[in-house]
Design a binder for this molecule. Structure first.
Ligand SMILES: [Zn+2]
Length: 258
């Protein structure tokens, strides 16, 4: 079993390494699949042994082999995060009713990858790229229609409620508290999580956002309406809700309503 998780982790590291490339290509506007990776600074082509996830970074002490410029911590962090999330998928989704296990895992691997790209990109650029969100929305709709047919209406309703809720905040704050990208992201979250788990994810997102934002406002570093991207909090809320949402909701209902 440990070997199985190790293989999943290594698979996650490799996908994480690819996600770093996707993020970089989104930034530079290159095609997603392109020629071999180069050093950002000196342009030296990187060999396979410079591109081994995490290990190359550790071995090279976070510097380019050729020009010694620092490599961003983003690279190993995204690789390790992807690996760990993939392991969680295999831990938390082992006994699914009607959906073939492998298909559900692949679906979740893909959705988590999308969310990791969204988190990282929104953090740096305050934009959630349509190029990443739209294909994911279409795939989630198709997946729910084919494999989760009883859940289809539930997830669609969750998607609509979530995105309308954020859209109304966007209108009320005149686009300062929320961006159009967050509205689209909420739609995708609904398709992945369904109802009522989406509600829980939103709640966690707002709590995390406040924990991060309120001290900054008090310290005077940010004005109430200044730019703090909300996408990363939505993504973190989705991660927590995906793995622990049902459990926590059940616990809550049993503790307070039974
Ligand atoms: Zn270099």
């Amino acid at each position: 079993m440990i070997i199985f998780y190790l293989i999943i982790f290594i698979f996650g590291l490799a996908i994480g390494s690819f996600l770093n490339v996707v993020i970089f290509r989104l930034e530079t506007g290159d095609k997603i699949i392109n020629d071999r990776s180069k050093c950002l600074y000196c342009g030296h082509k990187l060999s396979w042994y410079d591109l081994v996830p995490v290990f190359s970074f550790l071995f090279l002490k976070g510097k380019c082999r050729y020009c010694r410029k620092k490599i961003s911590f983003q690279y190993p962090i995204i690789e390790i995060t992807t690996g760990l999330l993939f392991i969680l998928v295999c831990c938390y989704f082992p006994f699914v009713s009607s959906i073939p296990l492998l298909i559900e895992w692949l679906f979740l691997f893909y959705m988590l990858s999308v969310l990791i790209v969204v988190l990282s990109y929104d953090l740096k650029h305050f934009i959630i790229p349509d190029k990443i969100i739209f294909p994911a929305v279409i795939i989630a709709l198709i997946y729910n229609l084919i494999f989760a047919n009883l859940q289809f209406l539930n997830t669609l309703a969750a998607a609509l409620v979530g995105s309308l809720f954020l859209f109304s905040i966007l209108l009320l704050t005149k686009g300062k508290g929320m961006g159009g990208g967050d509205v689209k992201l909420a739609f995708l979250m609904g398709l992945i999580l369904g109802w009522p788990v989406l509600l829980f994810a939103m709640l966690i997102s707002f709590i995390l956002g406040s924990i991060y934002g309120i001290p900054l406002v008090i310290a005077g570093k940010k004005k109430m309406n200044s730019m703090v991207p909300f996408g990363p909090f939505l993504v973190m809320g989705t991660f927590i809700a995906l793995f622990w949402g049902n459990e926590i909701i059940n616990w809550y209902i049993q503790t307070f309503f039974v």
